[in-house]
Design a protein around this ligand. Structure first.
Ligand SMILES: [Mg+2]
Length: 266
């Protein structure tokens, strides 16, 4: 653990602030309490198809008040990364309001410099994978908005996620994708840079030990494990595996008072 004082938080959304459309009890109050204390925070989610504005509105309806620009999604991190590269021509395989994050980046499927693999939902056409493969053979670079292997929809049935399509393209092309969402380092480093806080002085708050918190530790952040979980199959971490443990987001302001900078309730 770093000896530097903790100066800010990155907070996961699903399983920490809400589970689907059900707010975690005390989540709205906890966020208000962090704000009153002046704690710098951003929300960090691997959502791809929804824009930050849509996510902020969804949270607002659950009594959790955050501005769209206080949220980082896998898509918004990807778009910010591409803007830093000078907004190269990209072929964006993504649907939904998440596409709005890519404003200002030229989007084209004609000789793109980057193939940006997002999520096209249930109707992901295999023809697009063939075309994306050909774009890679023609020299385009592959970016994966996130790399989750699978996900489970509201109907309870598991589905292939972006990571599975990504693996197919990597296997066929021999090219390793640049990955943007958690647990990739960019997902933590980019918000840290924009917050003006070095990674060792940030903590990641999440219910996910193996993706969010493992990645955060790799990036040099401290880790706060939240015991509430959306997925009962997830393992519980062993004692001492993470820097701090809280039962729920409701306990985060009190934890901050003991570990955050400057110390003590305000
Ligand atoms: Mg989570």
């Amino acid at each position: 653990m770093s000896g530097l004082p903790l100066r800010g938080l990155l907070i996961d959304i699903d399983g920490v602030l809400r589970i689907g459309d059900r707010p975690i009890p005390g989540a709205g109050e906890a966020m208000d309490a962090l704000r009153r204390r002046g704690v710098p925070f951003r929300l960090l989610t691997n959502v791809t198809r929804k824009s930050r504005a849509v996510e902020a509105e969804r949270l607002r309806r659950l009594g959790i008040h955050v501005a769209p620009d206080e949220i980082y999604t896998a898509s918004s991190v990807t778009a910010a990364y591409l803007r830093r590269l000078g907004a190269p021509a990209c072929w964006l395989l993504l649907e939904g309001s998440g596409v709005e994050e890519f404003a200002g980046i030229p989007l084209t499927d004609e000789s793109p410099q980057y193939v940006v693999l997002g999520d096209l939902g249930d109707d992901f056409p295999v023809m697009l994978l063939h075309r994306a493969f050909r774009a890679l053979l023609n020299g385009a670079r592959l970016i994966a908005v996130q790399r989750n292997p699978s996900w489970t929809a509201e109907d309870g049935l598991p589905r292939l996620d972006v990571g599975a399509w990504c693996a197919a393209l990597e296997y066929a092309s021999g090219q390793q994708a640049l990955v943007m969402g958690k647990p990739a380092l960019t997902a933590y480093q980019l918000p840290a840079e924009e917050m003006g806080i070095p990674c060792p002085q940030l903590a990641m708050v999440s219910d996910d030990p193996d993706v969010d918190l493992a990645g955060a530790r790799q990036a040099g952040l401290r880790t706060i494990f939240v015991r509430t979980t959306s997925l009962p199959r997830r393992r519980m971490p062993s004692a001492g595996e993470f820097d701090y443990v809280v039962d729920s987001i409701a306990g985060l302001p009190a934890l901050w008072d003991s570990i955050g900078w400057p110390a003590g309730p305000r």
